[in-house]
Design a protein around this ligand. Structure first.
Ligand code: PGA
Length: 258
């Protein structure tokens, strides 16, 4: 089964809009210098909301093949929701991806599986691709119940979502203990959970749908480890935090050039 790899840079709360312009330009130039073939992988950046307009301007004016999206989305269409950003606002800015249910949203903003489910639906309804995040904390990993924990999150996130819509989603497995810690899950650890996620998706939607869906790994991915992680059969790309903030390093990750 061939699935186009997806490499997505989650900038988190880093980069003002001027820095964002520079980073996207440098990334595009670096990939061009290395004659990167965009047919080999989908390249996505996920800047803070305040950068999106600038990123849109650079990508569109330079006709870059880099896609971009948001790190979160409101479940509401519009109205009195101070601080929130709606799906239609993101679509208007040319966003095609939205990170949904990142562990930092779950932890610091109390996002439950039900909220993650709602955000996934709102993203799909607007025609964007949700990157649905899941992953266990250290205690759960140490207790050995990580697979059950993640599959429960998948069940919750995909509740009431049709097979047709599931096909438009990307899943990202990000063990919390490996995020920003330098602690990477071994490729076999990552494969164990990503494989279990695909089995769960097959149970929910049938094997054919599950085989087409992309499952990413995230957690301290860098150019020196990306190739081995992506060599595992059920890992179709990476959601990259810290290492996506430097153009040359993220370019290496995209090109799998360790
Ligand atoms: P990290 O973050 O690559 O800095 O570990 C990954 C993520 O949280 O998406």
């Amino acid at each position: 089964m061939s699935r186009t790899p997806l490499l997505a840079g989650n900038w988190k709360m880093n980069m003002d809009h001027l820095q964002a312009i520079k980073l996207v330009q440098e990334l595009g130039l670096d990939l061009e210098d290395h004659k990167f073939n965009y047919a080999d992988a989908d390249v996505v950046v996920l800047p803070p909301f305040t950068d999106l307009r600038s990123v849109q301007t650079v990508v569109e004016s330079d006709k870059m093949k880099i896609a971009y999206g948001a790190q979160d989305i409101s479940v509401h269409d519009n109205g009195a929701y101070t601080g929130e950003v709606s799906a239609s606002m993101l679509v208007k800015l040319g966003c095609t991806y939205v990170v949904v249910g990142h562990s930092e949203r779950r932890e610091y903003h109390c996002e439950s599986d039900a909220v993650v489910n709602e955000k996934t639906k709102v993203t799909l309804a607007a025609g964007m691709t949700p990157i649905v995040c899941c992953g266990e904390g250290l205690e759960i990993r140490q207790a050995g119940t990580h697979v059950d924990h993640v599959l429960k999150q998948i069940n919750g996130a995909f509740d009431g979502i049709s097979a047709e819509d599931a096909l438009k989603c990307v899943v990202a497995y990000e063990p919390i203990w490996a995020i920003g810690t330098g602690e990477v899950a071994t490729p076999d650890d990552a494969q164990e959970v990503c494989g279990a996620i695909r089995e769960k998706l097959a149970e929910l939607y049938g094997q054919e749908v599950a085989d087409k869906m992309r499952v990413l790994y995230g957690g301290s991915v860098k150019s020196s480890n990306v190739k081995e992680i992506l060599s595992r059969p059920d890992i179709d790309g990476a959601l990259v935090g810290g290492a996506s903030l430097k153009a040359d390093e993220f370019s290496r990750i995209v090109r799998q050039d360790g």
